[in-house]
Design a protein around this ligand. Sequence first.
Ligand code: ADP
Ligand code: MG
Length: 716
Amino acid sequence: MAKRLRELEDLSVNVLAGVGPERAKALAKIEVSSIFDLLTHYPRRYIDKTKQSFIGDLRVDESAWVYGKVVSSATVPGRGRGKGRTELRISDGSGSLRITFFNQPWRVRQFPDGSEALFFGKVTEYRGHKQLANPEVDLLDEADRRQITAIYPQSDKLRLYSRDFRGWQLEALRRTQTLVEPLPAWVLDRHGFVDRTAAFSGVHLPETMAQAQEARRRLVFDELLRIQLVLVLRKHRIEATSQGVEHDTSGVILARFLDALPFALTAHQATVIAEITADLGGPVPMHRLLQGDVGAGKTVVAIAALLTAVQGGHQGAFMAPTEVLAEQHFAGMRPLLEGITVPDKTLSLFDARPLRVDLLTNRVTGQDRQRLLAALAAGEIDVVVGTHALIQEAVAFHSLGVVVIDEQHRFGVEQRAALKAKANGDAVPDVLVMTATPIPRTAAMTVYGDLDVSILGEKPGGRQPIVTEWAQGADAQEAVWIKVREEVEAGRQVYVVCPLIGESENLEVASAEETFERLETHDLSGLRLGILHGRLPSSEKEATMTAFREGRVQVLVATTVIEVGVDVANATVMVVLDADRFGIAQLHQLRGRVGRGANASFCFLVTSDTAVGGDDEERAQTNARLEALVRSDDGFELAEVDLDIRGEGAVFGERQKGRSDLKLASLRRDREVVQLAREVAEGLVADDATLASNPELLDELHLFLDPDDAAFLFKS
Ligand code: ADP
Ligand code: MG
């Protein structure tokens, strides 16, 4: 009988010969308890023995797999507390090679003479002879003579070795024999997938590399399809079960606002506003993500959504992640909304009153707060700007129609529930989530797959591009300060950002103060400097911000803890110190603070000569990051690079969900499969949103879902 994944999940690894209580315990530590866990404990890579390096051909500095027989082994005792140096000599017929391990005398027992193993490492030279020092090791069994060898993640500490896994997988696959195929045959045919039984044996025991690849592709698809099915079903379910507000999209308020703008909309803004307006006019509550780089003009889009609510007699709420940002948004939106009037039916049919916009943060207290809350409940306030607290607290709206959320990555099920509670009758407010940190398309499909996505991919024209330079070392740094002086002398202003040092704000403040002092007394002496960090009292912070905005402070030295959210068009230089400590997205955000006016702008990424350190990989990553920023000013392109460099962590940080199920799939390597999984999921759900016609797939989905989610998705 073909087995389901569920049955494999119910079968403990104890059933395997060679897995007793001890090994089972060790396996449990790496979260392998069931046969299903074991079969999805995938190889890290494969060794194709036809491609192995022969000892005679090895070159110094290359990384190589060497397959050899141990000829001799010995430990040279160390001095002091070290455990000495253990040397093996191995031979493969083409030559012999020394393998050296430091402080691992037990290796002598691991490699009795005559044992065969694979060694992976970088070839080095020691006293004129080639060697591998502390290589990765994979012991081979007498029986393990396959052309392709699967290499598993192993642990010396738990004494779990690749060879053990190969044995267990072989046994598990023998016991399992055939697996249930949950996918309809048309999916396999159309997209050329091997069936599941072939996939599991192909991934663990491939005959050829091509077979391993095919197997991997199928298993990757399975992981991604499960994620997409849940997202598509969730979206479908929400749309089917909730009633939205059908907004009046033909009213005049929005048209008047757009007409009165001092600029024409960009093509992207117009498209996105049309997408949003269409959602708002429909009966299904909008749940849309707006991605747009810093400066792409999201505010106008947000206001358009809010005003659409207002023109039908509803209210709009704008939520920012912090109070400071809420205040800034409020200050930024007010001038754009000036002069807009709202029909006031309480007076007479033709009367109008000014649109009322207000700010609600924790700084609004006492009587003011009471008055504001009362006005919101009475519907006298049309648009309210505030923090997240707007929907969590006991804030009552007269009729909340649209909510815009800025930079809110964690707008999940709970928040949705809170919103429902604010609903006017049964109608759930429409939601627009805005983010200035673009994420790649396939990643967005996975992380935000239950949302519709709009993109502002171009910035308003007429802006000067920002010239970005990577200034490495003392000389380059000196040149940066000369440039800063020039710009200040030309009447412009400058930001200098000091990095976050570890997790310690105190250290960070100290470094900012030190930088401030050094610049004021040396590199930038004679210029008017200001300093801004999280430990200053707010009155002082505000005074400094104001001074910078008014041009009295020429150079603002700041940490990243404070939001450098000031929009000062006259600032043309952004200097980021120790730029190697920042991620791509963060650097791109910081850079977005300049280039807002008509003058050419510059961004200097400063690193010291020695700073770009760490191991080779770290160094390569740092180089790749900084070079990407120098090369590109496009947030979407940079997001792709970030995904390439950092992998899933780059996008899953905020929304953990789904990650645990991605054991094999990589959002960066498997972009095409993500797309495919999305299409197939949409097709399946469109055919039958209960999945009742596909019980095997449904059963399997339940295995991966938490019960609450399952109840929501499939309750009748
Ligand atoms: P974001 O919020 O996406 O970072 P903003 O909405 O703050 O960007 O817009 C950045 C700047 O561009 C603002 O000064 C805004 O007035 C201006 N802007 C927005 N749309 C346009 C446009 N279509 N043409 C010219 N300038 C625009
Ligand atoms: Mg903005």
